[in-house]
Write a protein that binds this ligand. Sequence first.
Ligand code: HEM
Length: 491
Amino acid sequence: LYHEMKKPKNFPHGPFFYPIIGNIVSVEKARRKAGMLTKGIMEIAKTIPGTTDLIGFKIGKDRVVFTLSTKAFMDMYTNQDLDGRPFGPFYETRTFNLRRGILFTDSEFWHAQHRFILRQLKDFGFTRKGMIEICENEAEFCLTDFRKMIESHGGKSATVTMPNILASYILNTLWQFMAGIRYDVDNEELRHLQNMLNDLFKSIDMKGALFSHFPFLQYIAPEASGYNSYVRFHNNLHAFTKKEVERHKKNFNPSDEPRDLIDAYLKVLYSGDESGNKIHESFSELQLLAVMLDMFVAGTETTDKVSNFMLLNIVRNPQIQQRAYDEIIKVVGKDRLPKLSDRPNLPYCEAIVFESLRAFTFYAMGIAHRAIADTKLCGFDIPKNTMLISIFNPLNRDPTVFKNPQTFDPENFLDANGKLSIPDKFFPFALGKHRCIGEVLGKSNLFLFCTTLIQNFYFDVPSGCEMPSDEPIEGCTPTVIDYQARITLRN
Ligand code: HEM
């Protein structure tokens, strides 16, 4: 134990490791003072010499290293020895006390599942018509609902409480891919699903995760450590998705074309892979439930949050909104809705999407990785089983890369001719083996909501309300503050 507590030789610089608790007290203090974990870590780094690229902590039982530079970020994601995912009750409690799913698995198990899901995303999707149509339809449903809402407010405009007004539609696109279902916004099941996901995200913040770093807390303080609610929220969600799997099984025919991810997965379970070969041992019904949980966790909160930063900045910047509107009217006109195929001709709107991704990732962190072997990173020794967490901030604020790194400005992603230009060191979806599998879906949704809404509505703050701040607050991921916005129908 003593050996475990000692700082390993040539470990990334960081504060002194205290016995048992490690650095949890100083990290927690810095987080409170800065208002956000990422900022807190960056503040601590400023006080410790030699932390240009990396900073190393001990949090409870875990050694945790954060990346602090673009170089460290890129080296971390491209070093295969760092492609593991952490062990621990925080990760396994979610999935039946087993190592299941796709977010927190690694090695051969992860590889087989990852390959399968990627193929499904391609097959349903963006290579065929299916997924594009789903996203375009959902943007239209959103438009119709907003029009109805304005109608019921007298026909000109409506005031809404932000953020999260697009969450149901974003969830619908993912749920259609997974289970072939879309819900109307006032549907009970949708509300239930959304409440479960909200609970889940609340339980994943640092406090809820306390039992992960101090596993004994789940036994001696199951309520206070967040363990009990964490288990409860996950069980609720699994019960919901299991019901859907059972429903699929009832009218499942292995010789039919799969309608969605559940069908495709059941097909493999019933009849092996497409050439009839025995399937990889990682496939199971429990694994299907774990995959669905992971798709919800990775796919909803992220896209919602980016859309919140997008709408906030549209409200805050009338001139950006106007320029996007002019572009849409010139290219698409008013007689039809924007399509995904309009994207190459709407560079300013696409730049708004990229700038929103930058705004979201300004204080975001990646998902924890684990060293699967002793290795080196930026000249430091990283012993096996160390956790690594990327910080996106250095990639997003570099003045040599962005014209205007400190403010929301779509020009950051346009060249001198107004063409889309994405810096080669901008990685909002990370890179390497664990890079996001939902990038195409996420970006398509964001583009369609952005263009469809701006074509039809004008967004601002209601008279008498203050302009909302764009300083994010802490959530499971960086969060936009609550504010009031007015949505006005364009003529
Ligand atoms: C615009 C919104 C999104 C952003 C900014 C985003 C960002 C990311 C990032 C940075 C990672 C890498 C994590 C790491 O290892 O550090 C990741 C992984 C992942 N994302 Fe996304 N994502 C988004 C949307 C989605 C969607 C819509 C889905 C589902 C279809 C999804 C599914 C996943 C999964 C399953 C992983 C884990 C991949 C693995 O470990 O192999 N994401 N995402």
